[in-house]
Design a binder for this molecule. Structure first.
Ligand code: HPA
Length: 270
């Protein structure tokens, strides 16, 4: 893994001498964040050695390097999900690559199903914690100490400092944000009504099929991490019958300008 990561980093560094400080993973329907970037360089996943190739509709598959103000950012347009058939090491490979390209902070976004009754479709949730209920673990196997320790402290998966900065920004801009716990399941099925109830009983406020492994690997390498979720459907009796991937993308699109603003301002002022 170490050698593969270094090989990929060397390839990218030979193409651009841009050194990112922030990494951003763009989830379903949030890809237009790249419009906020003064783009310097784009690399399609297909041309990056050792990178998996994205298969999901709505995920485009490119690393985009650019500036927000004076801050250097690399954005992943499109991510890899466990349910697509990738191993957890493949799912999280780009996070390792971004770390050795130079990032110190990682911002992760996603679409999720809401089980907290305070949420509505389109609500924006700042993640304060996560619950790993995925069936595999990205750190299973021999640990490579060059990346990080065997036993990773997960008492603060999401940076309290970044959370309070974003809440401050939201307050100033009049954007309503909630906070919540993200529970990760493998998918690709959306939850049954009973599974949504389970998520709630286990302590989740929202549920999705991504993010958890990426955050674990980010914390393994001591990246400061921030997570944000758009509620694209509510796990309750009224809405459960109608959820489709198209509806998820549509709901995420509507919240997109606000999520974009929060992330842009966080990067500018953090
Ligand atoms: N469940 C899991 N993943 C999701 C959901 C959901 O309800 N909505 C968007 N992604």
């Amino acid at each position: 893994m170490w050698d593969k990561v270094q090989e990929t980093v060397t390839y990218i560094k030979n193409k651009t001498n841009f050194t990112p400080e922030f990494g951003v993973i763009l989830g379903s329907g949030l890809g237009s964040f790249t419009k906020d970037l003064a783009i310097e360089f784009t690399l399609s996943y297909t041309e990056i050695p050792n990178f998996p190739v994205s298969t999901v509709e709505g995920h485009q598959g490119a690393l985009v390097f650019g500036k927000i103000g004076t801050k250097n950012v690399v954005a992943m347009q499109g991510r890899f999900h466990f349910y697509e058939g990738y191993t957890m090491q493949e799912v999280t490979f780009p996070v390792r690559v971004m770390k050795y390209l130079g990032i110190e902070k990682l911002i992760v976004s996603n679409a999720s199903g809401g089980v907290n009754p305070k949420y509505k479709v389109g609500s924006i949730v700042v993640l304060k914690d996560q619950i790993n209920m995925m069936p595999e673990h990205p750190l299973r196997g021999k640990n490579d100490e060059r990346f990080g320790p065997r036993f990773v402290n997960m008492s603060e998966p999401f940076s309290k400092k970044m959370i309070s900065k974003v809440k401050e920004i939201a307050e100033k801009s009049g954007i309503e944000v909630f906070d919540g716990v993200y529970l990760g399941l493998q998918g690709p099925t959306f939850e049954t009504l009973s599974e949504y109830r389970m998520v709630s009983k286990l302590g989740g406020d929202c549920v999705g099929m991504s993010t958890v492994p990426e955050v674990i690997v980010a914390r393994h390498m001591n990246l400061e991490t921030f997570g944000i979720s758009v509620i694209t459907d509510m796990g309750n009796e009224e809405s459960i019958e109608t959820i489709t991937h198209a509806e998820v993308l549509e709901a995420a699109k509507n919240a997109e300008p606000h999520v974009r603003e929060l992330i842009r301002e966080l990067i500018l002022h953090y």
